[in-house]
Design a protein around this ligand. Structure first.
Ligand code: GDP
Ligand code: MG
Length: 164
């Protein structure tokens, strides 16, 4: 079966924007996936003839801060369980948040391949400004992307397929 790639991160970092950009019009949602739940969307992705199942996490509207934190933790746990590669997405505009550090700790311990992905890097100047902000997480160098503008998505997918 195809490798599973999960996108994990706080709400609003741009997970669904990236998901849609990667799966494009191939948004044939896989409904027979055993672990499917209503807050996770699966679709087939492809890069350089490598086929995979992409997972977008955290789609339910959550009300309280407590619920939200629990959900992010749970999504990270599921991703650690089922994914072959995890795209850990951060927001280059807000910078690191406490919840990012917590999720990073969970992911680091998992031993799964983690690709640190910093989104909303919409222009070059921003790249220079934020490049070093994410190193303290103790993960590999971040891949800086703009999901909305389609910048560096190929570089990101190159990193993903290395782990298949
Ligand atoms: P999710 O909650 O992590 O799934 O985030 P969404 O994909 O729903 O995006 C949250 C917001 O960030 C939306 O308003 C998007 O348009 C915006 N967004 C997503 N990607 C980018 C990006 O690359 N640059 C900028 N400036 N905004 C983005
Ligand atoms: Mg979303």
């Amino acid at each position: 079966s195809k490798p599973i790639v999960a996108i994990v991160g706080r709400p609003n970092v741009g997970k669904s924007t990236l998901f849609n950009r990667i799966v494009g019009d191939r948004i044939s949602i896989v409904e027979d996936e055993p672990s499917i739940t209503r807050d996770r969307i699966y679709a087939e992705g492809e890069w350089l003839n490598n086929h995979f199942l992409l997972v977008d996490t955290g789609g339910i509207d959550l009300n309280s801060e407590k619920e939200l934190k629990e959900d992010i933790r749970r999504q990270a746990e599921i991703a650690i369980d089922e994914a072959d590669v995890i795209l850990f997405m951060l927001d280059g505009r807000t910078g690191l948040q406490p919840m990012d550090r917590e999720v990073a700790n969970m992911l680091r311990k998992s031993g799964k391949p983690i690709i640190l992905t910093v989104n909303k890097v919409d222009y070059k100047k921003l790249e220079e400004e934020i490049k070093y902000d994410f190193y303290e997480l103790g993960l590999d160098d971040p891949v800086l992307i703009s999901a909305e503008h389609g910048l560096n998505i190929g570089d990101l997918l190159d990193e993903v397929i290395i782990h298949f």
